[in-house]
Design a protein around this ligand. Structure first.
Ligand code: CAA
Length: 432
């Protein structure tokens, strides 16, 4: 994509604002490895994770989504009245029928003529929402209004499973609009791929995901190759996809090492053969490309863990927060994968002035404030999660976990979920 090509299209649409809000507690991966009798190098180097955010009983898909949405609106000075569509992409739905957006719509004070709904497709849900919002705006139906897209998830595989070191919890909010301030999407060459595979799924009766881990990695890479080909097939200029013409390559990041595997696959599509990392030339080429285009934007993912549909966009927040002005006006690639599976590959441009928001977007100070849990506390939280959604069951107490802020999940009363500040916990007496 070139600036000229974008000028020729009628409407410039893309990501105008972003905000991240994650769970307020975390565990250290060395502690987890030690508790599980695993060499810590497996989690730190082999998987690529340093820490993992853990959602306490008071933090759920809705509370994290509302906090991320509020951050995006406030940091980019967007009035709630400007929002005409609210979509939450999530694998961690809180109701079989009622969308999480109904609560978030109220918590953020969005207008009553704002449509709202939830999208589900494992880690692809928010990407489906993002492209739908871009289409809504491009079609003219938005009438000048903006869309608020929020990716919000809690990744749960369970204790002592292979997936345990690839959990996490958090939400990324994005405002999609005309004349965006951060990333302009090239909606003319989005490539898609779908295939029915059992690589990762979560049946209605389970709080924990089932995964065929190694197979899921194969499915992810297969989907990357196919969706890239599809995007190239509709592009007028194949040079746009060349790694040397890109400022950054973003991938879905279930764990940091996966982005490395993805970038290897991306390079292999260009050279049309397997990379041999024992060969000095191949190794140098890979190390330079990965080191420039992907690795620098994975430091926040390494601290937060897998936030499913938001993890790709968390990497994009990391990119802006690093304030590299020389990368403005350059093109980037974006690959989104959702198990099951569905995937899209697309290009976008870093808007001039995007780095003005580096500080506003940087979540590092908030990550520093997270409370470190012992493995015993983390295991207690996992046990509490079993009963958290029972009617008139647990009434989780934000003070017990030293949580800050004023949007918490307070339990279920008369079959309806309660959200609000700690002071509203009054009528829910049970301790949790
Ligand atoms: N020191 C350094 N590295 C070590 C090591 C040590 N002591 N021991 C092992 N390693 C390396 C291994 O060589 C391996 O590296 P490579 O992949 O580069 O070969 C890595 O650590 C992991 O080791 P294993 O493959 O043996 O680990 P595992 O079998 O226990 O499980 C996993 C790994 C499959 C990713 C598992 O954590 C899992 O099932 N995760 C959930 C599924 C998932 O995340 N899939 C990703 C694709 S699907 C998707 O993206 C959607 C989504 O979000 C879920």
């Amino acid at each position: 994509m070139t600036a000229d090509r974008l000028t020729n299209s009628n409407i410039r649409v893309g990501i105008d604002a972003m905000g991240f809000s994650g769970a307020q507690c975390y565990i250290n991966m060395v502690d987890l490895a030690t508790a599980r009798g695993v060499d810590p190098a497996k989690f730190i180097v082999g998987i690529g994770q340093k820490q993992m955010s853990v959602a306490t009983p008071c933090e759920d898909t809705v509370s994290m989504a509302a906090l991320a949405g509020r951050k995006a609106l406030e940091a980019f000075d967007i009035d709630p009245s400007e929002i005409g569509t609210l979509i939450i992409g999530t694998e961690t739905g809180i109701d079989h029928s009622k969308p999480a957006t109904a609560y978030v719509h109220e918590l953020l004070g969005l207008p009553s003529n704002c449509r709202q709904f939830e999208t589900k497709h494992a880690c692809y849900g928010a990407t489906a929402a993002l492209t739908s919002a871009a289409d809504w705006i491009s079609s003219g139906r938005a009438r000048g209004r903006k869309a608020l897209i929020i990716a919000s998830d809690i990744a749960r595989y369970g204790i002592n499973t292979p997936g345990e070191p690839t959990q996490g919890a958090g939400a990324v909010a994005m405002v999609v609009s005309e004349n965006p301030r951060l990333f302009e999407l090239d909606m003319q060459c989005v490539g898609d791929y779908s295939s029915q595979v059992m690589d990762f799924w979560r049946p209605l009766y389970s709080k924990y995901a089932f995964a065929d881990g190694h197979y899921s990695i194969e499915c992810y890479l297969e989907a990357l190759a196919h969706s890239l080909k599809d995007a190239q097939s509709v592009s007028e200029d194949l040079s746009l996809f060349k790694p040397e013409n890109l400022a950054a390559c973003f991938y879905h990041v279930p764990f940091v090492k996966m982005a490395r595997k993805a970038h290897t696959c991306f390079l292999e599509q260009h050279i049309d053969r397997k990379l041999d990392l024992k060969d000095i030339t191949d190794k140098e080429m890979f190390t330079k490309s990965y080191g420039e285009l992907t690795a620098p934007w994975l430091s926040i993912n390494a601290q937060v863990g897998n936030i499913y549909t938001g993890s790709l966009f968390l990497s994009m927040i990391d990119f802006v927060s690093q304030n590299n002005r020389e990368l403005e006006n350059r093109n980037i690639s974006i690959f989104s994968y959702g198990s099951g599976c569905g995937a899209s590959f697309m290009l976008a441009r870093v808007v001039e002035g995007a780095m003005d928001y580096a500080q506003a977007l940087d979540p590092r100070a908030d990550l520093e404030k997270r409370r470190k849990l012992t493995i015993e506390e983390y295991e207690k939280i996992v046990a509490l999660a079993e009963d958290i959604d029972m009617n008139d069951g647990l009434a989780p107490d934000p003070a017990r976990w030293s949580l800050k802020g004023n949007i918490f999940y307070l339990g279920t009363h008369n079959h309806s979920r309660q959200y609000g500040p700690q002071s509203m916990r009054g009528q829910l007496q049970r301790a949790g």
